[in-house]
Design a protein around this ligand. Structure first.
Ligand code: ATP
Length: 934
């Protein structure tokens, strides 16, 4: 075995030290640390020397890959082909413009996707990662990034190991090291040093950063942080790639492919028509390709990515961090939210208000962690607790991992709020917890696990003996208690029910003598033989905002179900206050376990409150609900909730109290652990989807309209003989079509990604997850607007051409008429954009100025269009001509026609929808709503 090494003070933990071969004391000595951890000052000093405990990660996707993705797109190939053809046919300017547009489009797509990817990556890093450490003997929670070599950290099941550590103490500690070794079976840890030659997977005396504690507890000293950890060494290989694909982007890509194919077929037909009508081969080919260029919605992919990225950022601002992009869409179709109770629907500010012992019932005043409050029996205040109450309170404070520190008149809690409440209760009754902890030090413990519903600790009893304390769910504790004077199980259960039906979480506390010779508790030691000391009942009121959010969900056709580990009566009382429950009772985990799959599905659908539920029940419930066709969002915080979180359509983890394992399995993380944030995320999800539909409803008609303008021209416009050559009359040149399709459409469609929520967004049923993106609504709207746009542009073109041709000749007339046609389409787009701001209502209802980006987009486009009309350089490129003011006014007037037409269409559609309940882009829910509160 290697001797301990003495290191210069600047480097407390040199790389290469074989920590796994050294006994714990030597590791501590070598790191100049102690079992009580470092002092705050020393930790600060080391942080400066060693730097933060973070891994430098490389972004998963190189910019080249991203760039290639933009280019490798059928639409781009069509554009490139048409540019090539135009150049070959001698239309060099046209060809170059198409090429310029390809470059511009690729760059815009590239920059936007790059930025969206970066923004989403940054969001995933916003989830705080904390570690519990001992600093100068005090247990404190610090950001994992502040850990330094020599820090003593506490590990518990569900934790992510925050750095490379050498174990100092442990109990049944098992760590899953797949992140490092690829091995998903957890490895059992122990304190004994291992051989120097042991590989990472066999270093059982160590735990490595990035791995996960699957069970047990441990104390360990940090030996390496950040890039010096084993994970840090391989982190260059780790990618943080964010997949920007979602079901919607995939569906759109498929639509894009079919559209391209369809357009190519129509182009071929147009080629034939051109040839038949006597166009030259070159002209016919060019017209066919121009059609392709005009009709393909090139800007759409960029618009969709941006809308999703904007949605993700809005959600983060509302405290829901998206880990997986598809969740943004799924949120919009969520039909059921299954939520934990404690901390999510309730405030997690536990306050013990009731005590019960054989000598009777007592109450404690005060709310939250305020240290003021008094012990009362009936109306009478007590100066000191009676003996049995003292025993109960002391046991509750000893069998406890939390700690509280006085801070400006209130208590600051480290640890589980349930346990914090027991400490505060002891303080209120005048007991000094620190002194009791010193008098009866802990020897061993079986930590609390949700599945067991109890915790046991072994203490010296101060008189040379040992005492085993047990606290937990009353049924679990009572089962292990001997009958005792004044306690018959029936009385105790009646008391538990009485407290629980007031919405209280009730814990029972018991003790038993333990052989002084033994200092380890075995599972069989907690199987029985205890004496019940009493009950402590604590309130944890529902959050006001959760009550409002539940109502909002009900109005939105979403069923809310509460799934809690708590007692059935407690769950019912809280469920009733939240408006989840009427007269019916809660269903318990034990009842669920007895149901076959068919009855489970029925129960899962019809009940809204589930109590004493274990993690495996959650998984069954999610599956049952999904089998019924529901889209399920499920919350979870424990290590064993991971399977249910993964199975749910949307797994929701808690940012503050959730275990690292649950966070890594989730699609969304709530930074405030609050149910209201799930409802907010659903609202945002619906908004994002609405905005995508708005973008589609805006972009597609323009493309079809442009295609129609060209088709009508080729099919019906005369072929003129100008200066001895045949020249087909066209309402728009290819370059002009491109100008509208790319510049105008993108400038106007992008602001729709920022569009505000529709007023009824949470008043309509969830979207059907399989509803087609190109709904009947989008198709109808596309046809209507395209025809109108085509008619307006061609009408004005012909009018202007015929008026002007007589006056100034063919050449000037064509240029002016084409400029007018382009301007008319742009005007149509501007007015239609205002219409698209709301799918169903008039844009006046969603607030004229609620989305300033729309006006920014319009402003930019108006300037660009003025440039198109009046700047000589643009005139040369686009073959445009200056227009008179009256002509401009006429374009605006014809463009404005779209406003009344779409208003009539909206009115007709909403009347129709009222008859049919949910036609158009939305669908009626598949199941009757089970909201018990309206
Ligand atoms: P929810 O599922 O609503 O969030 P929860 O996760 O807090 O509730 P659990 O933590 O699984 O529920 O607790 C289940 C039961 O275990 C509680 O009702 C309580 O009786 C008991 N319990 C909770 N915390 C402790 C603890 N620290 N020590 C002992 N028993 C506990």
């Amino acid at each position: 075995m290697n001797p301990p090494q003495i290191h210069p003070p600047t480097e407390v933990a040199p790389q290469g030290t074989p920590w796994h071969t050294l006994p714990p004391e030597e590791v501590l000595a070598s790191l100049q640390s102690h079992p009580e951890g470092l002092s705050e000052a020393e930790a600060r000093d080391r942080l400066e020397r060693h730097g933060p405990n973070v891994l430098q990660r490389v972004s998963g996707e190189s910019w080249l890959t991203l760039l290639w993705r933009q280019v490798n797109n059928p639409l781009i190939w069509v554009l490139l082909a048409s540019a090539g053809l135009a150049i070959t046919l001698g239309k060099v300017t046209d060809g170059l413009i198409v090429l310029a547009v390809v470059v511009l489009n690729t760059l815009i797509g590239f920059v936007q996707e790059f930025r969206a990817g970066k923004a989403i990556e940054a969001l995933t890093r916003m989830v705080p990662e904390n570690a519990t450490v001992l600093r100068g003997g005090d247990k404190v929670t610090v950001p994992s990034s502040e850990l330094v070599p020599g820090d003593v950290v506490l590990l518990a099941s569900g934790d992510k190991v925050p750095a490379d550590v050498r174990l100092l103490a442990g109990r049944n500690l098992q760590v899953e090291e797949a992140a490092l070794t690829g091995e998903s079976v957890p490895s059992e840890k122990s304190l004994a040093p291992v051989a120097a030659s042991a590989g990472i997977g066999d270093r059982t005396s160590m735990a490595f950063g990035g791995t996960h504690v699957t069970s047990g507890t441990g104390t360990a000293v940090v030996v390496a942080t950040g890039g010096a950890t084993e994970l840090g060494r391989i982190s260059q290989l780790l990618s943080e790639a964010v997949d920007l694909q979602t079901p919607l982007t995939k569906a759109l890509a498929t639509i894009g492919r079919y559209l391209t194919l369809g357009i190519l077929v129509i182009s071929a037909v147009l080629l034939g028509v051109g040839l038949l009508r006597g166009y030259g081969v070159a002209e016919s080919l060019l017209a066919a390709l121009t059609l392709a260029v005009a009709a393909i919605p090139e800007g759409l992919p960029a618009i969709v990515t941006i809308a999703l990225a904007v949605g993700v950022q809005y959600m983060a601002a509302r405290r829901a961090i998206i880990r997986k992009l598809p969740a943004v869409e799924t949120l919009g179709s969520t039909t059921v939210i299954c939520s934990d109770k404690t901390g999510t629907l309730t405030r997690n500010e536990m306050t013990v208000q009731a005590l019960w012992t054989p000598s009777g019932a007592y109450s404690l005043s005060g709310v939250g962690y305020a240290p003021h409050g008094e012990l009362r029996r009936g109306e009478q205040a007590l100066d000191a607790p009676p003996e049995d109450v003292r025993e109960l309170l002391v046991a509750g404070a000893l069998c406890n991992d939390a700690s509280v520190h006085a801070n400006h008149g209130s208590w600051e809690l480290t640890g589980d709020p349930t346990e914090g409440a027991l400490l505060v209760a002891a303080h209120k009754a005048g007991l000094k917890v620190v002194e009791w902890r010193a008098r009866q030090p802990r020897v061993d413990a079986i930590p609390f696990e949700s599945e067991n519903q109890f915790m046991a600790t072994l203490h010296e009893d101060g008189q040379g003996g040992r005492q085993l304390l047990l606290k937990g769910a009353p049924e679990v504790v009572l089962r292990r208690c001997e009958p005792r004077d004044g306690f018959d199980a029936g009385t105790v259960h009646a008391e538990v029910d009485r407290l629980a039906s007031r919405g209280m979480r009730v814990l029972a506390v018991a003790s038993r003598a333990f052989p002084a010779s033994r200092d380890r508790v075995q599972p069989e030691d907690v199987a029985g033989g205890f004496q019940l000391l009493g009950l402590e009942g604590m309130i944890d009121p529902p959050r006001e905002e959760a009550i409002r959010a539940v109502k909002a969900c009900h109005a939105a056709g979403i069923t809310v179900k509460m799934i809690t580990g708590d007692h059935a009566r407690t769950a019912e009382a809280i469920g009733a206050r939240l408006g989840l429950l009427g007269e019916e009772r809660a269903v318990t985990g034990a009842q669920l376990a007895e149901l076959d799959d068919a009855r489970l599905r029925e129960t899962a659908r019809s009940s809204n409150v589930f109590a004493r539920v274990a993690p495996e029940h959650k998984l069954r419930l999610v599956r049952a609900l999904q089998h019924e066709g529901q889209v399920v969002a499920m919350t979870g915080d424990g290590v064993n909730d991971a399977p249910a979180l993964k199975q749910a359509n949307i797994g929701v983890a808690m940012g503050i109290t959730g275990t690292a394992v649950s966070k890594e399995s989730a699609d969304i993380i709530l930074t405030d652990d609050n149910f209201a944030s799930i409802a907010a995320a659903v609202e945002e999800g619906r908004r994002v989807y609405d905005n995508l539909i708005k973008s589609l409803a805006f972009v597609l008609p323009t493309n079809l309209g442009l295609a129609l303008i060209l088709i009508v021209g080729v099919a019906f416009f005369p072929i003129l003989h100008v200066a001895g050559a045949r020249e087909p009359l066209l309402a728009m040149l290819p370059t002009q079509l491109l100008w509208i399709n790319l510049v105008a459409t993108v400038a106007l469609a992008l602001p729709l990604a920022f569009e505000a929520r529709e007023p009824d967004v949470m008043k309509r049923p969830p979207r059907h997850p399989d509803a087609p993106v190109l709904s009947g609504f989008v198709v109808m709207r596309t046809l209507l607007v395209a025809v109108l746009m085509c008619a307006g542009a061609i009408g004005l073109f012909l009018w202007e051409y015929h008026t002007e041709a007589a006056r100034s000749g063919h050449e000037v007339a064509v240029r002016e008429a084409q400029t007018m046609a382009v301007t008319t389409v742009i005007m149509f787009q501007i007015f239609y954009l205002l219409n698209c701001r709301s799918l169903r209502d008039s844009f006046l209802r969603i607030g004229v100025f609620s989305n300033p980006f729309v006006y920014l987009g319009i402003g930019v486009l108006v300037l660009l269009q003025l440039g198109f009309i009046y700047l000589p350089f643009m005139q040369a490129v686009f073959n445009s001509a200056p227009l008179k003011l009256e002509a401009l006014g006429l374009c605006a007037l014809v463009g404005a026609l779209i406003l009344p037409v779409i208003s009539v269409e909206k009115a007709w559609r909403s009347r129709h929808a009222r008859h049919e309940q949910g036609s158009g882009p939305r669908l009626a829910p598949r199941l009757p709503r089970r909201a018990t509160v309206t």
